[in-house]
Structures are given as C-alpha cells and as structure tokens.
Write a protein that binds this ligand. Structure first.
Ligand SMILES: C[S@@+](CC[C@H](N)C(=O)[O-])C[C@H]1O[C@@H](n2cnc3c(N)ncnc32)[C@H](O)[C@@H]1O
Length: 300
C-alpha cells in the first residue's frame, strides 16, 4: 500500500467485510503519528471481539456500519459527506461476491460506474440488475435525474483488497462480465469456473483429511479457515479420482480464480484505474494470497 501511495494522511479508509476490524487496526498502527485518518468499517454481521474501540485516539476516527455492502451508498454516509476526504477501499479476505459489490460501491460513489443502472439507489439497482439478468440482456442505462438524492461524488484514491472464496462469487454481481463476454464466455462458463475455483483450496483438505500441518506454527491458519471461510461443498466429483491428480486440480482451481480476478482488473482498468494482482504472501501461509490493487490513472 505504501508503494502505491495509499498510506497517506487526510484519507478515509473504508474496510469492507471488516469482521473484527483488524485490518483497519493495523493500517492505523502503520499511521501512528499522522493525523486526520478516518476508518469506516463495513460489516453485515454482528461481530464479537471487535478491535475498533482500542483504536480511538485524537488522531484517528473509527466508525462502524452494520450493513450489507449491496445496500450501501457511500455518498450518503455522513462521515464521508461532511469531511469530503478521499476514500481508499480495503478488505482482507473479502469473500466472493462481496468483492464485486465493494468495487461497484466504491466506483459508484465516485461517479465512475454509471454505465449500467448505477444512477439508481443500490437496492433499486440490484432489482433492475436481477430483472435484466432474468431476461438475459445487458443492463440498459436508466434515466438520470436522481442526483440530488445520490449525494455528492467522492474521490476514490485507490483500493487494496485481499481476495478469497471465489466459489462464492455470483454472476449477477460480478464486475467482469464484459471481460468474460469479450472472450465468448457467459454465466454458464462463469458458474463452472466458480465451482472449480474451490479446487485450489480444497485439494489440500481432502488429500490430507487433517488439520493443515503445513501452516507455520502459530499462524492460526487452520482455525481461521474453518471459522471465516465456507468451502465449496461440491468441489471434487468422485469421477475425477485417479484421472486428475490433486496437484493438477489445485492448479486448475488457481487458474479459475485468476481468470475471475482478471475480470475484476479489467473492470477497474475500463473505469480509469491502474489495477494489478499481487501475490502478497506464500501459499504456505495462506492459499488465499492474492491482493487486488487499483489507483486512478494520472491525468497530468
Ligand atoms: C472471511 S471473513 C474476513 C473478515 C475479516 N476481514 C478478517 O480478515 O478477519 C469475510 C467477512 O466479510 C463479511 N461479508 C461478506 N459479505 C458481505 C456483504 N455483502 N456485506 C457486508 N459484509 C460482508 C462477512 O460477514 C465476514 O465477516
């Protein structure tokens, strides 16, 4: 994040799928000494053992919103409207569709995602998207004129989201539909890739039938995976036993995840961002080790 210039003061970090809020906590630690740093933690579930309370200081402001990302309009959040601070979207292991919802939420707040039904409030937009998916046509732009209802546009300074659980993606919410369609792929192929993506992480569990002894001692990985991730339940058909090796399945699973993630990179590039995928740690530490980043293209 530092290399991308995302650890700058006078910003508001929006942490999507915040859980206990540890990512914001550690970003705040990285900032110690800088002032005017705000954190907005977005989480739909009631969360126990939150760490936000520990972070309140004169220099940083922490707020928590209990809401589903798909119903969130950042332009209407008082903290963001009043301060007018540029926003940076962050997330640590934001599951499947939640990543796509977060990307749309961010870009819509900046007015960059206005191609589909995004002049509508989130709930209404989702309904329209569902209808257009039902009849199998691309979404059509809807009449504008709701601007006063939409709130002020925000500046998006960038985002950094550690991805996970691609088997929980959903074509309806997926931001990379254009990337797929350009390659002759659609909802059917997406569903297959989505299901096979779990091979990247379930091969190890199935092969071992044990808790993951390859995790470094004290990494807490096995507990974390069990608590926070829902694994695909239909992962490996028995017809593949003995035909495709566990290693090959894992490799295919990783390629499926990569393809889904490239659709997200492509979406961000189309919207005027420089976007990349980074491997931020080894697979020994986490099988979900890809970070999606984006910063706005410089205009100068
Ligand atoms: C794998 S957990 C990660 C939690 C935390 N970021 C961490 O690293 O410990 C994913 C979190 O995202 C939240 N989440 C998933 N979908 C969401 C949505 N649509 N809106 C809000 N939160 C969501 C879940 O409730 C869960 O707390």
């Amino acid at each position: 994040m530092k290399a991308l210039g995302l650890l700058a003061a006078n910003r508001c970090f929006v942490e999507f799928g915040a859980g206990k809020g540890k990512l914001s906590h550690w970003i705040n630690v990285a900032f110690r000494g800088s002032d005017n740093v705000h954190f907005l933690l977005v989480e739909r579930s009631t969360t126990r053992f939150k760490v936000d309370g520990k972070n309140k200081s004169a220099d940083s402001v922490f707020e928590r919103l209990q809401v589903d990302i798909q119903h969130l309009s950042l332009r209407k959040v008082p903290l963001l409207c009043e301060k007018g601070l540029p926003v940076i979207g962050v997330g640590k292991h934001l599951c499947g569709a939640a990543t796509d919802l977060a990307l749309r939420c961010m870009l819509e707040s900046s007015g960059r995602d206005s191609g589909e039904q995004n002049n509508q409030p989130p709930r209404k937009r989702l309904k329209l998207e569902e209808q257009s998916e039902t009849v199998g046509v691309d979404s059509q732009p809807t009449p504008t004129g709701l601007d006063s209802d939409m709130g002020k546009e925000l500046t998006v300074s960038g985002l950094a989201i550690a991805l996970c659980c691609h088997h929980r993606c959903d074509w309806r919410h997926y931001v990379g539909k254009e990337f797929f369609r350009d390659r002759g792929l659609g909802a059917l192929e997406f569903a297959a890739l989505q299901r096979m993506s779990s091979w990247a992480t379930c091969g190890l569990r199935k092969a071992s039938g044990r808790s993951d002894s390859s995790s470094p001692p004290g990494s807490g990985r096995e507990q974390w995976e069990e608590e926070d991730h829902e694994h695909g339940d239909d992962a490996i058909p028995s017809s593949l036993d003995g035909v495709v090796s566990a290693e090959d399945r894992e490799h295919v699973g990783r390629l499926c995840k990569l393809l889904i993630d490239y659709g997200r990179v492509d979406y961000l590039q189309r919207k005027g961002f420089t976007s990349n995928l980074h491997y931020y740690t080894s697979r020994d530490v986490s099988l979900e080790n890809v970070l999606l980043t984006a910063v706005p293209n410089s205009t100068g």
